[in-house]
Design a protein around this ligand. Structure first.
Ligand SMILES: Nc1ncnc2c1ncn2[C@@H]1O[C@H](COP(=O)(O)OP(=O)(O)OP(=O)(O)O)[C@@H](O)[C@H]1O
Ligand SMILES: [Mg+2]
Length: 295
């Protein structure tokens, strides 16, 4: 549970609170290599809804300000969602701060559905509206939203189906109230299980973005970035970090790997051998290719 330093009281259901822009800059946003159109869509949506919240709230069919990022594990969804808050905060800085609020859906236990319904209400009706009064712009990130907005027809746990209905309705109604009351709140959710999310939740989203496994070009860029970071520590690795044809052939060998695996590759190679682990500056191309074959 996050502590609000303005009041030093825990905020229910919130696991992290960052007031942006901060010294971290746009690190998360910059780190994710995806098709430029994904970043453009996300950023345009966030700017429109947050910069023009007053005007938009007068429109009858006003936007719900709900975004869903869907895709396989390790494709950068969570990083992109927090990065979006970082980036939009720099564009809106003149109009005031942006609070990045991270919600932990597991703080809303789904096994105890009656209880969970009250928890959802506390989060959506109390915690988030309070934060929205305090900050001009609020970006709420809800990870693994399928555990929060579970699909009624396929709830797999052994719960009373009537309770599942009630819990889902509590989420949907709570979201609707939040969106009405708090025009300065943008909710960004992530899932690697879009088929498990309630259709009524999905249909409320203004923007559903699929994040995919990196293309070969993107994979090469992720490899470059990871080697570049190592070369900042061990300058002997600068040649590897600058060898674009190497990055390309690594990317081709690692076809189908997700962003998380690609990003960790150089570290995994170092960790695979006691000689390299002791002397990372000795890393060679051959070490990398040999390690890839063995993974
Ligand atoms: N496209 C990418 N470009 C650069 N780095 C990436 C990319 N995708 C993932 N990563 C890196 O992989 C790690 C995991 O990313 P993240 O947690 O955002 O993925 P996720 O999609 O939320 O995964 P999960 O579905 O398992 O929660 C991070 O360190 C991130 O920087
Ligand atoms: Mg994630």
């Amino acid at each position: 549970m996050a502590i609000d330093h303005h009041h030093s009281t825990p905020i229910y259901g919130v696991s992290g609170l960052r007031v942006l822009p901060d010294e971290g800059g746009t690190r998360n946003w910059d780190t994710i290599i995806v098709d430029e159109s994904v970043k453009n869509q996300l950023l345009s949506h966030a700017v429109l809804t947050l910069a023009h919240q007053k005007e938009l709230s007068k429109l009858p069919g006003s936007m719900q300000r709900l975004v869903i990022l869907a895709g396989p594990p390790g494709t950068g969804k969570t990083t992109l969602a927090t990065g979006l808050a970082e980036k939009v905060s720099t564009l809106l800085a003149e109009k005031g701060d942006t609070a990045l609020v991270e919600v932990n859906p597991h703080s809303l236990p789904s096994e105890m559905l009656g209880e969970s319904q009250r928890n959802v209400a506390r989060l959506l009706d109390n915690s988030l509206p309070e934060l929205s009064l305090r900050y001009p712009h609020v970006v709420v990130v809800i990870d693994e939203v399928e555990s929060f907005a579970v699909r009624r027809s396929s709830a797999s746990f052994e719960a009373n189906p009537i309770d599942v209905h009630r819990a889902s309705d509590a989420v949907l109604e709570g979201m609707d109230r939040l969106m009405k009351r708090c025009p300065n709140v943008l909710v960004v959710t992530t899932t690697n299980f879009p088929q498990a999310i309630d259709e009524a939740f999905t249909s409320r989203a203004d923007l559903v973005i699929s994040v995919a496994i990196p293309t070969t070009e993107a994979a090469a860029e992720i490899v470059r970035l990871s080697l570049f970071e190592l070369s900042q520590i061990w300058s002997e690795l600068t040649d590897l970090a600058e060898d674009e044809s190497l990055h390309r052939s690594i990317a081709e060998q690692c076809n189908g790997w997700d962003g998380r695996q690609l990003r960790r590759l150089p570290l995994k190679v170092l960790a695979s051998n006691i000689e390299l682990a002791s002397n990372p500056q000795l890393l060679t191309k051959e070490d990398i290719f040999r390690a890839i074959k063995s993974f």
